[in-house]
Design a protein around this ligand. Structure first.
Ligand code: ZN
Length: 256
């Protein structure tokens, strides 16, 4: 394989969640993450799923990212903060502050945002998937979730949305999502995924520090503190130039 292809491969590997078997069982081009935004959004006029866990059991993690929408500029490419839990059941406050001892991006003061992964059963593909959303959207969905359960409990005291169908739609302003009751029947296959431990660690795609340093090196210097990356990661113009006369090298010194 040529160096160009190998480098391309490395770039692809970096951008593909580890444990490449994650999307197994799904049709080509469909991933475990439900596409929620943009032209390729899978929601259409609303899409029904079975809820697989209560909000207290939703996995949360942090991402470093920094960009603007109009015009669209990426200052820091999105990547998972290493100071994030690897499974469900953690306290947000244990992770809410950046931690430069475990995460180089925290140390570089890159912007950090809270994300949630909501485990759902997809009625169309008959398997589990996740809704990967920012804190703001998660808050909206939890608000809807609680309203829906409260209304249903008036008629059935023990009702829970876990194991039941709901509809996910975009809000009318297009800026967030809402969760409403669904009318589809719960497929039999959904039950096996209730209480199932999803591979959140793989889904969150924790990167090696080397890869993160590469991302930070490419980041906009106005938006992070590059001094934590060391000399190798600085842009050429900031590396002090050698003022000394060039050292003479004889042909025998060359390694080839
Ligand atoms: Zn971090």
């Amino acid at each position: 394989m040529s160096i160009r292809d190998q480098l391309k491969q490395r770039e692809e590997d970096r951008n593909t969640p580890k444990g490449g078997g994650l999307n197994e069982g799904l049709p080509e081009g469909v991933t475990r993450y439900v596409r929620l935004g943009g032209k390729a959004s899978e929601l259409g006029e609303g899409r029904q799923f079975v809820m697989l866990a209560d909000p207290d059991q939703w996995y949360f993690y942090f991402c470093h990212e920094d960009s603007t929408f109009s015009p669209f500029v990426t200052y820091v490419k999105k990547h998972t903060c290493l100071h994030s839990p690897h499974s469900v059941g953690s306290e947000i406050k244990s992770y809410s502050k950046p931690n430069g001892n475990v995460c180089i991006s925290c140390k570089a003061k890159a912007k950090r945002k809270l994300y949630f992964m909501i485990p759902v059963f997809d009625l169309e593909y008959k398997t589990w998937r996740v809704l990967d959303i920012k804190e703001f959207h998660a808050m909206n969905l939890i608000g809807d979730y609680d309203k829906l359960e409260k209304a249903a409990k008036k008629f059935s005291k023990d009702y829970t949305l876990v194991g039941d169908v709901f509809t996910l739609t975009k809000t009318t302003d297009g800026k967030s999502f809402s969760l409403g009751s669904g009318d589809a029947e719960v497929p039999e296959e959904a039950a096996q995924f209730l209480g199932f431990t999803l591979p959140y660690e793989e889904l969150a795609n924790f990167r090696e520090e080397d890869d993160i340093i590469t991302l930070l090196t490419e980041a906009d210097p106005e938006h992070i503190d590059k001094s934590v990356l060391g000399v190798a990661a600085q842009t050429p113009s900031t590396v002090p130039q050698q003022a000394d006369a060039p050292i003479e090298i004889s042909e025998e010194d060359l390694p080839f």
